[in-house]
Design a protein around this ligand. Structure first.
Ligand SMILES: CCCCCCCCCCCCC/C=C/[C@@H](O)[C@H](COP(=O)(O)O)NC(=O)CCCCCCCCCCCCCCC
Length: 294
């Protein structure tokens, strides 16, 4: 092999990964432009703060009254308000529970509230997760603009959105030109896939010990649920961000739990709520052949 080709290959092997790492570190450490979550507006007025602290019904009695499992109710006494923290696991849980109606439909407003709470969690982890948090905000904002836009009535539930977008040919079954706003169905599908990642990650966290690495759990869940949907570049950036995940005790602090048993109950209760929403959404997307929207 000619000497110059060997030299080039060696240079390529060393400098390409190095440059990639530096680019990713740069992207994740510079202050990303502020993207604000859209204000919730209904009929031209701000929405009522429907998930206010005092409305979050997580007491034992209420859970039982809702026909819930008494063992689940027992676990809920652990889910308390966490003073001085932005992220509140009880708000997260309330949102993902309230979003499922008694008829088994998914209310988009509450679903997105759940996602907004998750952004607070990511923000508590620091700037390395900035690009993931910005991406989530972008997706939420697209959904909010539909939910509060001209056809807001059609975006009340997942089911009404799917019906409307399919009837109106808004769903893009083929790749869209980059200047077209993606459909609600396509946008929600991205969040839906990420919800599977979250479910797997929280399950792993709940069933792990202090000796287990959160980065490994995160990467495993990512491999299972999301990696195949992402480009090579995003996969590399994500795998670098995972290395910056703090140990499980720090994550427990953000969730506001100390004891192992307490952590397990809170995490498993959250997993259950996520599974319920995930399964309904998955059924709707499967029924309409929309699991692979580009
Ligand atoms: C504990 C925090 C660790 C966060 C790890 C999250 C794993 C997911 C990595 C995703 C990389 C996202 C970068 C961008 C991806 C986009 O290419 C991709 C495709 O979009 P496109 O089709 O429009 O191009 N977008 C998406 O897949 C949407 C991703 C949304 C990511 C949401 C991540 C949620 C993380 C929530 C963590 C909270 C933990 C809470 C514990 C109680």
């Amino acid at each position: 092999m000619p000497c110059s080709t060997m030299g080039f290959q060696r240079l390529y092997k060393v400098f390409f990964p190095l440059t990639l790492v530096l680019v990713v570190l740069y992207i994740t450490s510079v202050r990303l432009p502020e993207v604000h979550l859209s204000e919730c507006v209904e009929d031209g007025k701000p929405c009522a703060e429907d998930l206010a602290e005092n409305e979050v019904s997580l007491t034992e009695e209420k859970a039982v009254a809702r026909g819930g499992d008494p063992h689940q109710a027992e676990s809920e006494v652990y889910i308390k308000h966490c003073d001085g923290k932005d992220f509140q696991v009880r708000r997260l849980l309330a949102a993902f529970r309230h979003c499922v109606t008694p008829e088994g439909q998914v209310l988009l407003k509450d679903y997105l509230e759940g996602w907004k709470e998750l952004i607070k969690f990511m923000d508590a982890l620091g700037t390395v997760f900035g690009f993931i948090s910005q991406e989530t905000i972008t997706k939420i904002n697209i959904m909010q603009s539909y939910r509060t836009g001209k056809h807001s009535d059609e975006y009340h539930t997942l089911e009404s959105m799917v019906k409307y977008e399919l009837q109106d040919n808004v769903v893009n079954f083929k790749e869209l030109p980059s200047n077209r706003t993606p459909s609600g169905c396509r946008t929600l599908l991205r969040l839906h896939r990420a919800l599977k990642w979250l479910e797997l990650f929280l399950y792993k966290l709940a069933t792990s010990t202090d000796q287990d690495s959160t980065s490994d759990m995160c990467a495993d869940a990512y491999e299972e649920a999301l990696a195949r949907h992402h480009s090579w570049f995003i996969r590399q950036a994500a795998s670098i961000a995972f290395l910056a995940l703090p140990p499980r005790r720090t994550l427990f602090d953000i969730v506001c739990v100390q004891e192992e048993q307490e952590a397990q109950m809170v995490l498993m209760t959250t997993v259950k709520a996520l599974v319920r929403v995930y399964n309904i959404t998955q059924e709707v997307y499967t029924a309409h052949g929309m699991l692979d929207l580009p």
